[in-house]
Write a protein that binds this ligand. Structure first.
Ligand code: SF4
Length: 324
């Protein structure tokens, strides 16, 4: 059953041209993205910074309004509903932010931070707030004594646990996890990931897990979508994408990641240059200036995202067989 269905989602910004100040130009931060996430499933969204993955998460959370496209929550179109109505739906869609330091109000106790969503969404009667806060703290591995403390009294990992407790307080169906471990020490990253996975199993949660670290994505995801310059260039089951990446960009990302398996030898593919600006996108394939397989058609024609053999790929040469 689909919890989230995103169809041809776009976010374009009109900005002043960097060359001629009086003229405007468009930044296509998200440029026609489609995917779905089933109940209890994690879709890993991966790509370099500037690929549009965080903007995609913010569009689903309505922190940004889409320029075009549709977002369905359990079949209901929520892309253009009024803010007041969305606030009710917000109970079902929660977020765990990247930076647990910035995400918690330093002047509020943990009791107040966790009571806020309980009261806004009327999750339990006021008399039960304290009991529910203790239950939430216990679920994320913290103690009832922590309720009286302030955010600065906790470590980064503990603050992220509080952020997760706040996200699950409303009993959501779907959580956007926006780089939830990238600001944490490596030693605590796996604890937070395991906590998220345990909660997912217990409450059948669906996650959009945004990250640039491939090892994390491989560990948590059922399916993976690779983004480049506002578009999905490859998407499929985690084993399929990691074992046999087909798109040259996915291949380059995989080759650059450290693998814990010493037998999995993969020749390092060095990408030329940086990800281009989303202003004045390249013609044809967005990736052509950095692709070692680029041919004439890649410069003129944009490759469609085609689905075959259990995956979707946007590359002209995939059917001719790119070496893996
Ligand atoms: Fe490379 Fe061409 Fe495929 Fe784009 S369409 S990824 S430029 S081979």
């Amino acid at each position: 059953m689909k919890i989230i269905d995103v169809v041809d989602l776009k976010k374009h910004y009109v900005v002043k041209s960097p060359i001629l100040e009086l003229e405007t130009t468009e930044i296509k931060a998200v440029n026609g993205v489609s995917f779905h996430i089933n109940k209890g499933e994690t879709l890993g969204l991966v790509g370099e910074s500037g690929s549009g993955k965080t903007t995609t998460g913010k569009l689903i959370l309505r922190l940004l309004s889409p320029t075009d496209g549709k977002i369905f929550l359990e079949g209901r179109d929520i892309s253009n509903i009024k803010d007041r109505e969305f606030r009710r739906i917000r109970r079902d869609i929660q977020v765990v932010f990247q930076n647990p330091y910035a995400a918690l109000d330093p002047k509020m106790t943990i009791q107040d931070i966790l009571t806020q969503p309980l009261s806004i969404h009327k999750i339990v009667p006021p008399l039960e707030y304290s009991k529910e806060v203790v239950r939430l703290l216990d679920l994320v591995g913290l103690s009832s004594k922590d309720a009286k403390k302030f955010p600065h009294e906790f470590s980064g990992g503990q603050r992220q646990r509080i952020g997760i407790a706040r996200a699950i307080a409303t009993k959501p169906k779907f959580i956007v996890c926006d780089e939830p471990v990238s600001a944490l020490d490596v030693s605590v990253q796996s604890q937070i990931i395991n906590l998220l996975m345990d909660l997912q199993k217990e409450y059948k949660l669906s996650y959009l897990f945004i990250a640039h670290g491939l090892n994390v994505i491989k560990h948590v995801s059922d399916r993976v979508a690779v983004m480049y310059l506002g578009k999905i260039v490859e998407m499929g089951d985690v084993e399929t994408i990691f074992n046999t990446p087909k798109h040259p960009y996915t291949q380059a990302l995989m080759s650059a990641s450290t693998t814990p398996d010493p037998d999995a030898k993969r020749e390092r593919i060095l990408l030329k240059g940086e990800i281009p600006s989303a202003i004045n996108l390249p013609t044809g394939c967005n990736f052509h200036a950095r692709c070692q397989h680029c041919t004439n058609i890649c410069i003129t024609d944009e490759p469609p995202l085609l689905t075959f053999e259990g995956r979707s790929v946007a590359c002209h040469l995939v059917k001719i067989k790119i070496p893996t």
